[in-house]
Design a protein around this ligand. Structure first.
Ligand SMILES: Cc1cc2nc3c(=O)[nH]c(=O)nc-3n(C[C@H](O)[C@H](O)[C@H](O)COP(=O)(O)OP(=O)(O)OC[C@H]3O[C@@H](n4cnc5c(N)ncnc54)[C@H](O)[C@@H]3O)c2cc1C
Length: 323
């Protein structure tokens, strides 16, 4: 998210060799390393100590024939996510259409297993290639090694030492479309339910543009909080107290709509000193005043505290804080 911040050191790298050089420089000067992709899921502290490495690794390669019933595509970490999604669809590769228009880079997509409209990126991931920050070893993670979960993976854990350099995606020819999300489904049916992933992508873009502020116009990092998971007992207790509670079953648990909790505590459309929760979508924290990271976090803390006080539910922040 755009906010006022200053790093001690910054470098943009365009190859794995340059990445190695930057890491060696950081080791030599005992600098902490921070990896920057598109910056869409980050809050920078007012001052960032150490070296910010901006990944500009580019390129994509089709591994194997597109005629077979499946195809593998290797993509460098710095490629723009949405442009990549559109490219896959133009090649006739199905599976990522619901994830259209998510800001950021390909390399960051596995980190929090990006998801939208009922699909998570893990469904198309075959392997993840990464580079160990400390000892320089390279490793290719099989999908099962990535331990993907809801907005989570092994790469999101505290102290993750791996820098993702490339992602290998797997696409199957007969992957069915998944337009289950109600608004998407309605628009798709109104067009005659075409079996065309490009149509789904267009509809997803339409819906997102109507609901979410463009980070280029209004600084924001999308959903600022994860939808909290609660036990069945907690869900029943809350549903009795608040019959309009919005929640979805998630295995043995329930996923509460964090946006509804925030709206019901009165924060939707509330602006304080240039920071606020977006008027059209209570889950999105906006920073039109381009305030500092500490002011953004202070505001988020107020929202968290009032949701905890009213519902007894702890919201967990989605963007990463870089200090
Ligand atoms: C308007 C808006 C809408 C959004 N909608 C969604 C949505 O629908 N679903 C969803 O899941 N997310 C959504 N997001 C969040 C965001 O788009 C994703 O998390 C995206 O993957 C972040 O990519 P990035 O390149 O900008 O990562 P950054 O913000 O640059 O980095 C995020 C984290 O990943 C680390 N990182 C980045 N690249 C690498 C790498 N190659 N190797 C190791 N670490 C790395 C960074 O150090 C940081 O910790 C949205 C954000 C915005 C602003």
């Amino acid at each position: 998210m755009a906010c006022q911040s200053q790093a001690d050191h910054y470098v943009a790298v365009q190859s794995v060799d340059e990445l190695q050089e930057a890491l060696a420089y950081a080791r030599g000067h005992r600098l902490a390393v921070h990896i920057l992709g598109g910056g869409s899921n980050l809050v920078f502290a007012d001052k960032v100590a150490g070296l910010v490495i901006h990944l500009h690794l580019l390129g994509k390669e089709v591994l194997g024939s597109q005629e077979a019933d499946h195809c593998l595509v290797k993509v460098a970490a710095g490629e723009d996510w949405h442009r990549f999604v559109r490219w896959t669809l133009q090649q006739g590769l199905r599976g990522l259409e619901n994830l259209s228009l998510i800001p950021g880079t390909v390399g960051a997509a596995p980190i929090q297993n990006i998801g939208a409209y009922g699909v998570e990126v893990e469904s198309c991931i075959h392997r993840v290639e990464a580079f160990h920050q400390a000892d320089g070893t390279q490793h290719s993670f099989a999908k099962s090694d990535c331990v993907f979960g809801y907005r989570d993976s092994i790469f999101k854990r505290q102290g993750n030492p791996w820098i993702i350099t490339a992602v290998i995606f797997q696409f199957f020819q007969h992957t069915p479309l998944t337009p289950e999300y109600a608004e998407l489904n309605k628009r798709w049916l109104s067009l005659g339910a075409p079996d065309d992933p490009l149509v789904i992508s267009e509809l997803v873009c339409q819906i997102r543009q109507e609901k979410l502020p463009d980070p280029k116009d209004v600084p924001n990092s999308g959903s600022f909080f994860k939808n909290p998971l609660v036990s069945n007992a907690d869900y029943r207790r809350l549903k009795q107290l608040y019959p309009k509670l919005v929640a979805y079953p998630a295995g043995q648990q329930w996923k509460l709509a964090a946006g509804w909790l925030i709206q019901e505590t009165g924060w939707k459309g509330n602006m304080h000193n240039g920071v606020g929760m977006y008027e059209k979508q209570a889950l999105v924290l906006v920073n039109p005043g381009k305030k500092s990271g500490s002011e953004v976090l202070k505001y988020a803390q107020l929202v968290k505290a009032s949701v905890k006080e009213k519902f007894g539910v702890l919201l967990e922040q989605e963007p990463v804080v870089i200090r």
